[in-house]
Design a protein around this ligand. Structure first.
Ligand SMILES: CSC[C@@H](O)[C@@H](O)C(=O)COP(=O)(O)O
Length: 324
């Protein structure tokens, strides 16, 4: 069974509300750009590739209904800029926005508004299929590469956050590598960190693993270094929100300490990401905007307080510049 985070048919878009997983499976209708912006901001849909795909598909839904009238390029530009501001670190949305705006501007030189809408919709619809194909290749290359260091044995790997079907159009990036290892019969076990504070590991990665019969063990974030030392981990594989020109990578908070612990234990550390997560316009990770979320997301779970009232809390949701 493959989990579907995004359901799209001509003129209609639904997302699986990931805040309710794993206890409830609820698909929500996304009728346009503002609904997608709100769903992305609230993290009902998350994961850098899925954010970009849902954002762009919400635009396709509105264009299909004739949005933008006689000036679709202005509508497209404004919508994409708004969507890009919802989650600033993950670059896939910003990158898709830049490419799509340029495409629409070029198309507008030769096509009328209706034709332009059609070609922009077709561009967006291709994103879905491209993402699944890219992920399968990442999974395959990643698995082959890890196995090249261990010719016969099964391997155990450690991963962080959720980078699977739920974070992409399907299959996943880092979790795609895990899936491929499992499909080859060479995965002994994947260790998934719970990934505080949103628990994408315990709620989402564990859910995907259980649904597909992938041998998985959930660990707390604080157990990662010990697990590396004790459990014969062959590789740590994570996803990326943004990879810049010098290789610095921003990803879910906690990734930085995993990279340091992996280095300490001599374990290869891999970032599995599509080219849509690369941002060569920035030279160093120090230039990446790091997403800071409201402290309440740290001091409470589902509205239930779990910290001393009035304590000062700070929540970076992505790791800062880390050369990994
Ligand atoms: C294929 S998902 C890549 C990254 O976006 C992923 O590693 C990640 O950290 C997701 O974080 P999230 O905050 O849940 O959007």
């Amino acid at each position: 069974m493959t989990l579907e985070a995004i359901r799209y048919g001509t003129g209609s878009l639904q997302i699986l509300n990931q805040l309710l997983l794993p206890h409830q499976t609820v698909y929500e209708e996304i009728r346009g750009v503002q609904a997608a912006y709100e769903a992305i901001k609230a993290m009902k849909v998350r994961g850098a590739p899925a954010i970009a795909i849902v954002g762009c598909l919400s635009l396709a839904v509105e264009l299909r209904a004739g949005a933008g009238g006689d000036d679709p390029v202005t509508f497209i530009r404004e919508s994409l800029c708004h969507l890009t501001s919802a989650r600033p670190t993950a670059v896939n949305m910003g990158r898709a926005a830049r490419e799509l705006i340029e495409f629409a501007e070029n198309e507008s030189m030769e096509k009328n508004s209706e034709q332009l809408r059609e070609s922009v919709i077709a561009w967006i619809e291709e994103m879905l299929q491209r993402d699944v194909n890219d992920n399968k290749k990442i999974g395959n290359y990643g698995a082959q590469h890890i196995l090249s260091g261990v010719p016969r044995d099964s391997v155990s790997v450690l991963t962080h956050c959720n980078t699977g079907s739920l974070a992409t159009a399907g299959y996943g990036t880092a979790l795609g590598v895990v899936r491929s290892l499992h499909a080859l019969g060479r995965l002994k076990r994947v260790y998934c960190t719970e990934t505080r504070p949103y628990n994408q590991g315990s709620r989402l990665t564990a859910y995907e693993a259980v649904a597909e019969g992938i041998p998985a063990t959930l660990i707390t974030d604080s157990m990662a270094a010990l697990t590396m030392r004790e459990m014969a981990i062959s590789a740590v594989v994570v996803g990326a929100d943004r990879v810049v020109a010098n290789g610095d990578t921003a990803n879910k908070v906690g990734t930085y300490q995993l990279a340091i612990a992996a280095k300490h234990h001599g374990i290869p550390f891999y970032v599995a990401a599509p080219s849509t997560s690369c941002d060569l316009s920035l030279e160093s990770g120090r230039d990446i905007i790091i997403e800071v979320r409201p402290p309440e997301e740290l001091t409470s779970i589902n509205g239930l307080p779990i910290a001393a009232p009035d304590v000062t809390a700070h929540l970076n949701l992505t790791t800062g510049a880390a050369h990994m």
